[in-house]
Design a protein around this ligand. Structure first.
Ligand code: ATP
Ligand code: MG
Length: 246
């Protein structure tokens, strides 16, 4: 059975038609690459799946059941985690605090419960080590490099055991070594039955880790194919419109 089915997702922002009737399905353990030019609607689609705003029209089904997400916590409760393109971190907090934002660990017995900083620092450190990141749990996000911020945003998705992880350009601003780690992480997620949607402009990343590639052009899905049945050249043609649809 599908984990996620999008049916006829349409989104308008006033006069801007960001998405037109997009259908997309993803099975457990599957990785789908979502590609398209700037402004094609990729982030808008990710934000709809993650519960940031509702579609203007269309339906989201999780394991065959129609869901209505009013806010991001609704999507998270349905097993969906997201790394936003802009990362959406709190600059004035530490790396560990950002990883646990909204789901802080507590210790002690009510009414004397307090934040368990030691536990959160330890767990965040483990997650950064797993990502082969130099990020230290106690460092302020404000002082971090792009790659370190990326690691914080990805570590957040590893706290729960999500069914679906959405990654919006996770390798756009990071070092070669970290790109390899993020791609390894996607492979590990797949191997453990998690589904991933990877938004990327990087053809090698998509062809390395994805089972399927879907292409959006000006809000319309123009292709959705197994990776083994297409080529980077065809996908490029679809993205820029040299190839109408495939
Ligand atoms: N909150 C918003 N309000 C108004 N227009 C928006 C909003 N978010 C996105 N848009 C518009 O919707 C269209 C799709 O934007 P979106 O961010 O989804 O593109 P994208 O495919 O992610 O592009 P990129 O590759 O540059 O990240 C664009 O025309 C954009 O200007
Ligand atoms: Mg985007």
């Amino acid at each position: 059975m599908s984990l996620l089915d999008l049916k006829g997702i349409t989104k308008s922002f006033g006069a801007i038609h960001a998405l037109n009737g997009v259908d997309l399905s993803i099975a457990p353990g599957e990785a789908v690459g979502l590609m398209g030019d700037n402004g094609a609607g990729k982030s808008t689609l990710m934000k709809i799946i993650a519960g940031n705003f509702p579609p203007t029209r269309g339906q989201i089904l999780i394991e065959g059941e129609a869901v209505l997400f009013h806010k991001p916590i609704d999507a998270r409760n349905s097993g969906i985690e997201i790394v936003y393109q802009d990362l959406a971190l709190c600059d004035n907090l530490t790396a560990a605090a950002n990883v646990f934002l909204g789901r802080e660990e507590r210790t002690g017995i009510w009414p004397f419960r307090k934040l368990d900083h030691a536990a959160m620092t330890k767990r965040a450190g483990e997650l950064f080590a797993e990502l082969k990141s130099e990020t230290r749990p106690r460092d302020l996000v404000r002082q971090m490099s792009g790659g370190q911020r990326q690691a914080v945003a990805i570590a957040r998705t590893r706290l729960s055991d999500p069914k679906l992880v959405l990654m919006d350009e996770p390798t756009a601003a990071i070092s070669v070594r970290q790109v390899a780690e993020v791609l390894n992480l996607i492979k590990r997620l797949k191997d453990t039955g998690h589904a991933v949607i990877l938004v990327s402009h990087r053809m090698p990343d998509v062809f390395d880790v994805c089972d399927r590639v879907a292409v959006l052009r000006r809000g319309t899905k123009v292709a959705d194919k197994p990776i083994t049945q297409t080529t980077p050249e065809e996908v490029t043609g679809l993205i820029i419109g040299a190839i109408e649809a495939a």
